[in-house]
Write a protein that binds this ligand. Structure first.
Ligand code: ZN
Length: 440
């Protein structure tokens, strides 16, 4: 490495994470009998490499030319062709991939890298949100959600509930294992986001029994059963509410105001020129049918010159003049799961909505989960790897960075991801050989 090259925490480098994920894949039971030609580990790793390189399709993965790089950089032994990869991955249970997210999370904890994501008093903000990534009138699998139309046609869809640690001051997001919203075993009924949220919360507590978490979600989540589930699993919350959807709550707040129980607090920020007005009241019933479920209510108006924005949430966090500003920021950081996660996956080179192959059983879900895993590795680099940050800054946009990355990967023999990042930042001077030499 050149003098003065940016240093990274070794066990959080892309190379170390790929080695770790590779051994995680190796621990997954192969569903095939005997000793197949291509190991399940190699099939999983090649899908991960495809998403890591943001290759728009399996065919764009020029296997012959890049085989050496796939072996050296991603540690593969044999690289499967696209059909073989799909066939091997289709029967893999998506849940088998859950430990991989935990391995990366533990590595972040060990490296003290999670400290950058602490929101308040050892607590992390966890944003949950659902998104769709596949819809078709023809292509479908056993897991597809189905909408039957009056004219007899069927729309097949895939959705997932994403979960990511976020921070109001950071662009990086750290996704946890997403919860697929799919047709559940042994039922004809469609799954829904609410049911997926129940499963996600239970599994979150199994994976991270002691993690201090404040969950932040949009107003669809502000219902009694969901809040009770959060409480049972010792998860704090900041959840959006809307006057239109939560009429009785807003009436209770108005009544509390008439009774003099509501607090107003104005806050000017000379640095940004923003003005905030907060209105809050504690211990109000969420709605008439769950009068015993009491929540704290926070409302905020923000003036930016002549533009006004308005927000409202319910929370179990204590509201006072010292806390409402930070809680407002936590509630508003929720958009990072839409913007920095789903929009990045859909529009910043990851091709989340692209059909890489649907399969008959789990392939579509397995691909989506592996893409989230590749995105997690990238986000760890963005958070912890100065070399990655420097290369990104040099090329200016993620799209261009991924393009350059692929161009180098397809053209030169590379030793490691570190080598690739160095080439992206310093240029290729000495050690890299054009691939023609390598594969002749
Ligand atoms: Zn499907």
């Amino acid at each position: 490495m050149a003098m003065g090259a940016p240093r990274t925490r070794t066990h959080l480098s892309a190379d170390a994470l790929f080695r770790m994920l590779r051994s995680g894949f190796a621990a997954i039971d192969d569903h095939r009998p005997g000793k197949p030609d291509i190991a399940l580990t190699d099939a999983l790793m090649s899908a991960l490499a495809m998403f890591s390189l943001k290759a728009p399709s399996l065919l764009a993965f020029d296997r012959e030319r890049t085989e050496g790089n796939l072996q050296r950089v991603y540690g593969m032994q044999r690289v499967p062709c696209d059909t073989t990869m799909r066939e091997i991955l289709d029967p893999v249970e998506p849940e088998a991939l859950r430990p991989l997210f935990q391995h990366v999370f533990r590595a972040l904890q060990r490296g003290k890298a999670l400290a950058a994501m602490v929101f308040v008093q050892d607590h992390y903000l966890l944003a949950l949100d659902g998104t769709g990534y596949f819809s078709s009138n023809q292509i479908h699998c056993e897991s597809c959600l189905e909408t039957h139309h009056r004219n007899g046609t069927i729309t097949y869809r895939h959705q997932m509930l994403g979960a990511a640690l976020i921070h109001p001051d950071r662009r990086e997001v750290l996704p946890l294992m997403p919860e697929p919203i799919i047709k559940q075993d042994g039922t004809d009924k469609n799954d829904c986001e609410r049911e997926a949220a129940k499963r996600l919360i239970t599994k979150l507590r199994q994976d991270h029994p002691h993690l201090k978490v404040i969950v932040t979600e949009d107003s669809l989540s502000s219902n009694a059963p969901h809040i009770q589930a959060l409480q049972e699993d010792h998860l704090h919350y900041i959840l959006g509410v809307k006057a239109g959807d939560h009429a009785s709550l807003f009436e209770r707040v108005a009544a509390a105001e008439r009774a003099g129980r509501v607090t107003y607090y104005d806050r000017d920020d000379p640095e940004t020129g923003l003005r905030h007005r907060f209105r809050f009241v504690s211990n109000v019933p969420l709605n008439e049918s769950h009068a015993d479920l009491r929540v704290n209510f926070l409302e905020c108006w923000e003036w930016d010159q002549d533009k006004i924005q308005h927000f409202s949430w319910v929370t179990d966090l204590r509201l006072n003049k010292g806390t409402v500003y930070q809680i407002m920021r936590g509630g508003r950081a929720r958009w990072r799961i839409e913007n920095e996660t789903f929009n990045t996956l859909k529009n910043q080179g990851y091709h989340f909505e692209h059909n890489y192959g649907h399969g008959y059983q789990h392939l579509s879900v397995v691909f989506a989960v592996l893409m989230m895993l590749a995105f997690l590795v990238d986000q760890v680099q963005q958070l912890c790897c100065p070399l990655f940050q420097a290369a990104w800054a040099k090329w200016g946009s993620k799209r261009l960075l991924w393009e350059k990355m692929r161009a180098l990967f397809y053209a030169y023999a590379l030793e490691s991801m570190q080598h690739l990042f160095e080439a992206l930042f310093y240029g290729l001077k000495k050690s890299a050989t054009p691939l023609d030499f390598d594969t002749s």
